[in-house]
Structures are given as C-alpha cells and as structure tokens.
Design a protein around this ligand. Structure first.
Ligand code: ACO
Length: 426
C-alpha cells in the first residue's frame, strides 16, 4: 500500500527504477487559470414558418388560446432536409465566421440536444466531420432544455483549466418530429432550430464567470421522450413522443429560474443591479413574467423571442443570445445571465460577460482570406470523409476479416469445432 507521502513501499522511499536510478514521482501541475470568452455566435432556423392559425387546421386549438397562455405566435418546423446535425453545422459555421476561427483550431464540440438522428453516433461527431474539425473531441449532452447552459459550463471550465483553448457549444433540435399531435397541450408549444457559440481561451480577464447546475430526478416523469431503452411505456405515452405535465413544469420553472438566477449571481459576486440582460430558456412568456415578478425586476430585463420560435428546447438560449445581440440588447462587456430548465428535471444558470475579448483586426482582406480557408476546409472535409470510407474498405479487403473462430485466449489457435457458448446450468 502507498504510504501517506505517496511512496510505494511505505518507508518513505520509492523503490529504485530498473536502471538503479532513484524514482522521482511525476506530480501533475495544473496549467495556469485562463478566461473563457464568447467570441462567436450563429443560428440556423428552418425556413418553414407555422403560425397558430396554421395549427388551428390540424389541432383543436385557437390562435387566441396559444397567444394568451404562452405568448407564442409562430414557430419554425424542419423540412426533410433539416436535421439536428445539418442545422447545428450551419449555426457552427456562422459562429466560426463571427469569431474568425478555423475549424482546425477547435478542440471540443458539445451538442446539447434531445432530438438527435441517432442515439449514437453523436450529432457532435457528425458536425465535427462536416466542419473538418479534425483536432476536436465531440460529444452530445443530454440535459433537455438546460443542455446548452450545461455545455457552456463544461466547455468554459475546460478552457479555464488550460486543458483546451477553443470550444464550440451547440444547441440543436427538431422538436416537430417528436410531437404528439393528439396532445394539444404540448404540440402547440414547440419549434425547431439551432444556435451555436464559440468559446476561446485568453489571459485577458472577462468572459464566462460562474455557473450553477442542478438536477432533481424525482421529477423525471413530468417531462420526457421515451426511447429504445424503455421496457414498458406508461399509460398514455408513446415511443419517441414528447409528454409533459404542463402545470407542474410551469410551477417548477418559475421557482427554479428565480432561485438559480439568485444563486449564480451570488457565486459570481454580482447583484441584480449589475445585470444588463437575462436570457432565459424560451418556454412560455407567462413563466418569464412570473419569474421577473419574483425577482422584483422589470420584465424587460428578460429577453424574449418566444413569440417567434416557440420552445426550441436546447436551442432556445443560443438563438436568443444571437437575436439579442442583433437587436442591440447585448453590447460588449455587458453582464448577462443565461438560465435554462427542463426535463430531468434539470436546471442551469451561468453569468457571463458578453464579447469581452479584444476584437480581432477589422474584417478586411485578412478576414476574407481566412473566410476562404474556412470554405476550403469544409470542401476538404467532404472529400476527406469519402476518402476515409474508401480507405477503410480497401484496408478491410487487404487485411481480411478476423479469423472466423478466433480464440480470445492468447496463444491458443482455434482447433476443430468452435467453442460453444457457456450454457445456463439450471
Ligand atoms: N388549445 C386550446 N385549449 C387547450 C390547449 C390548446 N392548445 N391546451 C390545453 N387546453 C385547455 C385544456 O384542455 C384545459 O381545458 P379544461 O379547463 O376544459 O380542462 C385548459 O386549456 C387549461 O389547461 P391548463 O393545462 O390549465 O393550461 P395552462 O394555463 O396551465 O397552460 C401550458 C398550459 C401552456 C402547457 C402551461 O402549463 C405551460 O406552459 N407549462 C410549462 C411548459 C414548459 O415550460 N416546458 C418547459 C420545459 S420544455 C423541455 O424541457 C423540453
């Protein structure tokens, strides 16, 4: 057993190395703390606009009910061409353009989604391939509508520790494919879209400040999408269809926005008076109004575009950040709080300084050149993916498949009949 000083033989000395020299234990040192700045943002929403009046034709509802109960007026629905991967890729491209960063410079891609095309491969891996971000690790993150803020925190902490320098965080959803059109209390609420932000490391102070993450799995049955691992479906539920107890989720949402905004401000050593904008998950205008009342702030402090897109789950916060900036509601160095809540139950809030890194050179010739390099990388990524598929086929043909009855025990080549699988002895 190791002694308290970490030596292996318990007498204060490490055993000598094989060549007789004393063994010096390697002590890992963290790299110095850095700051994680938001330097790029982009969105992609489907072209197809579906208004409340359009829904009246397919569901027993009215424009008036939807507007007064939720604030939603219209949403976007994906066409056959749109997917979590394709929309996430296009939002990522826009974020890379905004930040003037090449795909090769990305170290990590996180996609927050509840509606991926596949359980695996992840949408993040597919976006990594489309971007040609060959140096990046990539994974999907499942925390429902809180997923984007969870991802933001994961990426920012990896940058702050010095482990990575550049990360893409994407929220992308095609909710229209998981709606139960027999449940009018949920199918009118959701829409599709994608948003992405790019985070970059710097020694310059600012950017991501702090976050609070939370989960209460005792509320798991309140909101969800059953999928392949479900053994039996609860009554009234359908495989791959969204179900929700709207009233319970409403109460939870109002309470948790209020709590988590307070908690993250305390952690970041800020007060509500320091906050320029709160960008919440866009679920229902009444939830935002109630949370503003609870926090005793003007409703105008809460950014809202729920009337345009409905609830786009994990995509709603990056889409709202993008639009808030475009509308002049977010300016460089503003303090912003993002807050998400949803299935799990989960919640997450983060405090950030918006666009706090010194701007790169004005977008002149150098920008146009790197823009061209980005486009070349996307074309290169397409051909690289095809070349890799061919390479794998050729390699398999040359090397052949593993021996038919290969024996897992080292050094015992298969003989005669293949071993039978162990039988249950009962
Ligand atoms: N059109 C017309 N009438 C409707 C509709 C509809 N689309 N949906 C429900 N109604 C009716 C109900 O049947 C009910 O009628 P009844 O009184 O005769 O029974 C009446 O409207 C009131 O229903 P409530 O459920 O009480 O309506 P409420 O005011 O609570 O609004 C809503 C429902 C909009 C779903 C609300 O509860 C809500 O927004 N909840 C939170 C949803 C949310 O924020 N989700 C976020 C997480 S999303 C995620 O993580 C994926």
């Amino acid at each position: 057993m190791a002694a308290s000083d970490g030596s292996l033989n318990g007498n204060g000395a490490h055993p000598p190395a094989r060549d007789g020299r004393p063994h010096t234990p390697h002590i890992w040192q963290p790299r110095h703390m850095r700051y994680a700045h938001l330097t790029g943002w982009g969105i992609r929403v489907p072209d197809r606009v579906v208004t409340n009046v359009d829904l009246e034709a397919v569901v027993d509802t009215t424009d008036d009910w939807i507007r007064t109960r939720t604030g939603i007026q219209e949403r976007r629905f994906a066409s056959e061409r749109d997917s979590v991967t394709q929309m996430g890729f296009e939002a990522a491209r826009a974020a890379l353009n905004r930040a003037d960063v090449l795909p090769n410079d990305i170290d990590m891609i996180i996609v927050a989604t509840s509606t991926p095309e596949d359980i695996y491969p992840s949408s993040a891996s597919k976006i990594q391939n489309l971007l040609g971000a060959t140096r990046a690790g990539a994974f999907d993150l499942s925390a429902a509508c809180s997923g984007f803020v969870y991802g933001l925190n994961m990426a920012a902490q990896a940058i702050r520790s010095g482990s990575i320098n550049t990360a893409l965080v994407i929220g992308s959803e095609v909710n229209s494919r998981v709606l139960d059109w027999n449940d009018r209390s949920t199918c009118v609420l959701f829409g599709d879209g994608a948003g992405a932000v790019l985070l970059e490391g710097s020694d310059q102070a600012g950017g991501f400040m702090d976050a609070v993450l939370g989960s209460d799995g005792s509320g798991a049955e309140l909101l969800g999408i059953p999928t392949v691992g479900t053994a039996t479906l609860a009554e009234g539920r359908q495989m791959h269809k969204l179900h929700m107890d709207g009233r319970e989720v409403f109460r939870f949402a109002v309470h948790i926005i209020t709590e988590s905004v307070r908690d993250v401000l305390e952690k970041a050593n800020l007060s509500l008076a320091d906050v320029d904008l709160i960008v919440p998950h866009q679920a229902n205008q009444r939830i935002l109004s109630a949370a503003a009342r609870n926090l005793n702030v003007s409703e105008a402090l809460f950014y809202s575009n729920v009337h345009r897109y409905g609830n786009t789950s994990a995509a709603s916060i990056p889409i709202a950040l993008y639009e808030a900036e475009r509308e002049g509601r977010l300016k460089p160095n503003d303090n912003v709080v993002v807050v998400g809540f949803g299935g799990g139950l989960t919640w997450a809030a983060a405090a950030l300084q918006w666009q706090s890194m010194q701007e790169k050179a004005p977008k002149g010739l150098a920008y146009r050149l790197s823009q061209g390099r980005r486009e070349l990388q996307y074309i290169g990524a397409f051909w690289r993916a095809r070349a890799m598929k061919t390479y794998r086929r050729v390699e398999a043909a040359l090397r052949g498949s593993p021996a038919k009855h290969a024996n897992l025990r080292e050094g015992t080549p298969p003989k005669g009949k293949p071993e039978e699988a162990p039988r249950d002895k009962r």
